[in-house]
Design a protein around this ligand. Structure first.
Ligand code: GDP
Length: 477
């Protein structure tokens, strides 16, 4: 839909782009080279030179360590270590958060990130992220090295003092045993240094915890001078939609959204069942109160006719209309879209702004189908192109859209509707562009005293805060 950008633009999108890369290579993943064209200047965030350098180094290592189906044994790559991302069965938001975390871990520990392409949908949704090599781990390696009897749980590995342990499978989901909670302790990380394979199962964004490990902090803080752009810079490198999804994203953006002066993304995610008219009305009121308070949408006014002022008023759109706003509503539930659309169909706006409201899908309920994952991916990307974004408390779907877009969201705090004793405000201006880590497991008893430099402690004090929608959660800021 748009022409291929110049070689220079392409090189900026893929560090260490092989000068010999043909246009065929580039065309294999158009989103990599075209994504920035759809973002306004305020939301383009070039990577630091030092991060580009780290990605180049990683890419070379990955290319050397990538395994092929015909490699007969893991022993062939004795100087390589791996993180095997084991995709789970939760929603796309959770999967992408944990995939990006696994990549951050791989970068900082110099391990190659590989995935089991038979699980889940990510291998069908995302482009191959690393130039000149694949991230798909041949099935026999997964079966033998990660799923097989030779693989230990973290607890077993700890019990045996890591003796003869070559493969450890860690569970970093929201429920963890005491042993699993110790994964991010510096002592555990030290023990894992000699383990070739780490199987990574998670549904969380564990990057804030990586910053708390002294030896990783110095690398990470140098790669990411702006701590609220870690997810942004990693996901724009790692998780790009394949061409068939990218083409759809472009088509929708151009057909419905891009011609308006302002694009507002509105993600409405209800975790509790809201299938009741009173609750739905409260959700709509919350959406409108937040949108008006933060000047995301213009104020609707009582129709002229009802005010008896219709005589000859110009409805042609030529004189009074000033600007236009396109709202993309992403939700499983159609009623929030309908209410918002009807409001702006039935009312003029105070300042004459024209508002169009759009919805691309309304799936009703979550399911694990590939088709729903494609829709979710498409909508996350479209939301990320917005100039302004509204998200829902506690939703990883919204976290990914905000992080990918590099946007500070306005958060609809649905706890105020669902829980009587909620004390936080109904509408919160996001403190960061980063996702929240809901389950950090940072109690003192987990790792004991971690010795940090004064610089690191100060950095953490400034840049890691409790999340606004989860008090015990942590967020990079
Ligand atoms: P979370 O549950 O809000 O943290 O978000 P997840 O992405 O982890 O899981 C929700 C899943 O429900 C998504 O992966 C989608 O399959 C589906 N879903 C939820 N909200 C939407 C939406 O606005 N649009 C689409 N297409 N799917 C959604």
């Amino acid at each position: 839909l748009v022409p291929l950008p110049s070689a220079a633009a392409a090189a900026a999108s893929w560090p260490n782009l092989d000068p010999a890369a043909s246009t065929v290579d580039l065309k294999a993943c158009m989103s990599r080279i075209q994504q920035e064209m759809y973002r306004d200047a305020a939301h383009q965030f070039p990577r630091s030179r030092i991060l580009n350098h780290a990605l180049e180094k990683y890419t070379r290592m990955h290319s050397r360590c990538a395994l092929h189906a015909d490699d007969s044994s893991a022993q062939m790559k004795t100087d390589c270590q791996y993180v095997v991302y084991l995709e789970g069965y939760e929603g796309l938001g959770n999967r992408l958060l944990s995939l990006v975390s696994a990549f951050a871990y791989a970068l900082v520990t110099q391990r190659a990130l590989v995935i089991d392409g038979r699980r889940g949908h990510l291998a069908q949704l995302l482009c191959e992220p690393f130039q000149n090599s694949s991230w798909l781990l041949p099935p026999q390696f997964v079966d033998e090295v990660i799923q097989g009897a030779a693989s230990a749980t973290l607890e077993d590995a700890m019990h045996s003092g890591f003796r003869n342990v070559n493969s450890v499978r860690v569970n970093l989901r929201h429920e963890q045993t005491r042993a699993e909670q110790r994964f991010f302790c510096p002592t555990t990380q030290q023990r894992l240094q000699n383990v070739t394979w780490i199987g990574w199962e998670s549904n969380q964004y564990y990057v804030p915890r990586l910053f708390m490990i002294p030896s990783y902090w110095s690398l990470l803080s140098s790669w990411f001078p702006d701590a609220s752009l870690v997810f942004n810079q990693l996901i724009r490198f790692l998780c790009l939609p394949q061409n068939h999804i990218w083409e759809q994203i472009q088509r929708i953006h151009v057909s419905y959204l891009s011609s308006s002066a302002v694009q507002v993304g509105m993600q409405v995610r209800r975790h509790l069942n809201a299938n009741n008219a009173t609750l739905a009305a409260s959700v709509h009121d919350l959406i409108m109160n937040c949108s008006l308070k933060h000047q995301l949408l213009p104020k609707p006014v009582v129709p002229l006719e009802e005010r008896g002022l219709l005589n000859g008023a110009d409805k042609s759109g030529k004189s009074s209309r000033k600007t236009s706003v396109a709202v993309l509503v992403a939700s499983l539930d159609m009623q929030y879209y309908e209410k918002l659309r009807n409001l702006y169909v039935e009312h003029d706006t105070e300042d004459g702004t024209v508002v169009s409201v759009h919805m691309m899908s309304h799936e009703g309920v979550e399911n694990d189908s590939y088709e729903q994952a494609v829709k979710a991916m498409t909508e996350i990307w479209l939301l990320s192109f917005s100039n302004k974004l509204v998200t829902s408390s506690w939703s990883t779907f919204g976290y990914v859209a905000q992080g990918l877009g590099g946007l500070h969201p306005v958060i609809l705090n649905f706890f105020t509707i669902d829980f009587e004793h909620e004390t936080r405000p109904a509408c919160i201006l996001g403190q960061s562009r980063e996702p929240c880590l809901h389950y950090p497991f940072v109690k003192h008893s987990v790792c004991g005293k971690v010795r940090m430099s004064k610089r690191q402690s100060k950095w953490i004090e400034h840049h890691i805060r409790p999340c606004q929608d989860e008090n015990r959660g942590l967020q990079l800021c």
